[in-house]
Design a protein around this ligand. Sequence first.
Ligand SMILES: [Ca+2]
Ligand SMILES: [Ca+2]
Ligand SMILES: [Ca+2]
Ligand SMILES: [Ca+2]
Length: 515
Amino acid sequence: MTFLIFSTLFFTATYLPRYAPSIDTGVFYEIFVRAFYDSDGDGIGDFKGIVEKLDYLNNGNAFEDNDLGISGIWLMPIFPSPSYHGYDVTDYYAVNSRYGTMRDFETLIEEAHKRGIKIMIDLVINHTSNQHPWFLNASNPEAPKHEKYRDYYVWTTGDPDGPSGHKWNYIKSMKSSYYSSFKYKGMPDLNFDNPEVKEEIKKIATFWLKKGVDGFRIDAAKHIFNDHSKNSEWWKEFMAYVKSINPNVFVVGEIWDSNELIDAYYTSLDSAFEFEFKDRVWQTVKFNSVTFWKQTDKKHNIFPEGFVPSIFVSNHDMDRPGSHFEKGALKILSTLLLTSSGVPFIYYGEEIGAKGRKPDENIREPMDWYALMEGPGRVHWLDSYKYAFERYNQKADGISVEEQDEDPNSLLNWYRKLIHLREDYPILKTGKMKIIDVEVERVIALKRYSDTALEMAFVFVNISKEVKKLDVSKFPEFFKAEYISLPLGDQEGTNIILPPFGIAIVIVRDSEGTD
Ligand SMILES: [Ca+2]
Ligand SMILES: [Ca+2]
Ligand SMILES: [Ca+2]
Ligand SMILES: [Ca+2]
């Protein structure tokens, strides 16, 4: 059993959409377009399908909280691509025709903005597809624009083992020149030592910003050069450029590395995904251990003012939490995600506890809207793809929007509550964060506060399977508060009783702050 404590007195919802593209602006939702919602019955998710489900994500009315309440969408790559995932682009100025037309994409932006939802696109520019016209010219000495485009890519001559730090690939037409690639030969590395390449990237960013895109998720941001300071310089240049076009653009880098390394990028990006946050939360819950959580102060809070880490507990590159944790533990994962400082990102399906383990195809299965896996918009993989088989989606397993929508104890409704709570109490969005030690075995806690606001938030989580008693008399703030709302059955004098996997969120406001 979990319970939620909050005082409704300070409910500050307004009718206006909360559209304010800044770092502190709410929760993002990552969508794999192909897997989300199909508007035309061809089995492939598309832009029109997302428009149909926008009200599920955020209906634009702050008084109604039966939506998820997110305020940004990260779309995995939307460009034409030979792969099913799109992380190898053949045209940066078009959209994948399976997802719809450019007009459909523009409609998605318009409809999202009406509801206060920002649109962030995945910018995959460390490398292109080996079928991109630039590479087709670069890799063929007979091609009309070979001279111009050869230097768009990274080559070594003579030695197939080439300089280290690269994966060198043979291509027959280039005889003894080998090209560098990301992951595999289908993803040739762009050469950012060539100023023309940098200009191309700026042109691409301009194109999408002019369409109304609000942000970029930068794929493989640390792989541009094999040198972090050179990467950082380039991203600084890129950021100055995109901010000159839209000062509110929000740019998040994928720097899949330690927080210490991410720190090297804080002057060059708005934010970066904090992979260690995910690891720390998973380890805390997996091992019922407070040790990992206690590292948060030292790790999570290392970034300087103005740089906010983007936090998550799952994304398209890792096993889904639903395959590793029970429902009670999933509620803890989401609580730590949505009450911590940072910009939280949710991966589609995470809110219903979708299952999935690697390989990648099985962590990107169709969104499970219906109990029986059939109904309007349900995506079905094409038979021609190797991932035609849905291994983890099952019928009537309790994991679908339909099964969880009306159930007040469902994971879906827990996510809804937490996201709306975060919206209603700004301290949960923008407050500083500190780990507090409650000196109770296997109870973790955090505090959100600011130097100026009179509001504070406390979060207590029992990560054990036993009932825990928590003496709050050691927190004098609680007794300064004009209002603390504690359900009677869960309070004994100055004790809060936490059932197994129990969660308590307490919003405290100083009595001087109630004017
Ligand atoms: Ca479709
Ligand atoms: Ca709403
Ligand atoms: Ca590179
Ligand atoms: Ca299901």
